[in-house]
Design a protein around this ligand. Sequence first.
Ligand code: OGA
Ligand code: NI
Length: 346
Amino acid sequence: MEVEKVQNIALKFNNNNSNSSRIIEESSIPKEFIRSENEQPAITTVHGTELEVPTIDLSEANEDELVDLISKASEEWGLFQVVNHGIPTQVIQDLQKAGRDFFELPQEEKEVYSKPPPGYKGSEGYSNKLGKNIDTVRPWVDHLFHNIWPPSAINFHFWPKNPPSYRKANEEYAKYLIGVTEKLMKCWSKGLGLEEHKIREGGGGDEMVYLAKINYYPPCPRPELALGVPAHTDLSLLTILVPNDVAGLQVCRDGLWYNVRYIPNALIIHIGDQLEVLSNGKYKAVLHRTTVNKEKTRMSWPVFIEPPPHHEVGPVPELITENNPAKYKTKKFADYKYCKLNKLPQ
Ligand code: OGA
Ligand code: NI
């Protein structure tokens, strides 16, 4: 059964309360969105720290230097931002505009892209739940998922027809994103002391699937009580994310939560579970979550770059020695995903 979209809930809230500031102050949010104290962002975020997520210039000409920077950030943070990545600003702006225009359509028009009823296996579509929704507290976010690469994985049924620019904007972005992904995978291979094609090959090579998502976080009257997406690591090998200018992404390092700074035109790179497995734990999948904003709508455009479902992923054999035994099982990506979404042991 479809659950009411958060965008709709937030809208009703605005309408009801717009005439009375007194009510706004006293207002709360539906209790299914209220986090327990150990998750509430106001209580659990580190403020005023010097520590910051690394930003890496991807046009660095000294390759060894670039490999070192990426390798270090992937070990210590599992997340970093890249600038001078070669994706034209216009391409990113067009992607964002197309997504924004879609979410501003009337609700009925968006519902056309809702996930089909139970029985449908894929993750594509417009929704606000993942997997079986075992979590009891609801996230303050709606999303749209669809594959953007390779052509054999694309189902245009899930791509909005409106705005008309949607398809072109996503195709253009995908084209550039492949270049960035390939460059990063080479650096990770080298950082592990492997031949440069090894990580790509371990992830499924040409069959790797680029799954695009748009997160839409409407303004939330009580941002200190709710979360956008709760703490998780991504299932993917890597995730490349473009945010809008409303900050909200947080990463966990040594048990503490840090805000990720908004840098115009930067891409945010997340190490996902599959790269942690391939690297046998040297690179860490980043634990992250998002906060929401009282006045502004936050949006983000992550692309999850994943092995194809049937592909078996395990620690790269060349990394395994007597002193460095395999820390992870080798298993099909589809099985890994099923266990994770249903909270079963791997
Ligand atoms: C996600 C996610 C972060 C963000 O969708 O998996 O972590 O900044 N999003 O929206
Ligand atoms: Ni994520």
